[in-house]
Design a protein around this ligand. Sequence first.
Ligand code: DAT
Ligand code: MG
Length: 148
Amino acid sequence: METTYVMIKPDGVQRGLVSEILGRFERKGLKLVGLKSMVPGEDVARAHYDVHKERPFFPGLIKFITSGPVVCMAWEGVDAIAVARKLIGATNGRQAEPGTIRGDFGMDMGFNMIHGSDAPETAAFELGLWFPEGLMSWDNTMGAWVYE
Ligand code: DAT
Ligand code: MG
């Protein structure tokens, strides 16, 4: 079992895609263990994108992420990190496969609506950063029909 950090970015919220995006993870069979919404402060945004701090697009990325509400989610499942990245699709919506979130709704690199952790180490870091209060522990009866 893995848990991954997924976040609907301000463009996804502004475009009214919250339920559509959240529903895809829910219907896939992932288990929701964290959910909240906030307008991120600059500190958390900079920490989240620290790996990109030397890139030319970094200032614009921080401005964008702090521009409005994001929806923070933690999803648990077998290989949840890779499964979420597959649902999300390639970074640039114009190249992302149809059927993926970015492939179905995106036309841009920066405005790509959603973030998903890319490895166990980044997932652990991002979950701790966005959910310092911890995650929910619960038995989902659905799980019995998701994994044989
Ligand atoms: P991903 O979100 O697919 O993991 P990433 O980690 O490489 O992509 O980049 C983080 C975000 O930064 C990405 O979702 C959009 C933005 N970004 C990446 N490369 C960019 C570029 N060349 N120009 C503008 N924004 C970029
Ligand atoms: Mg990334």
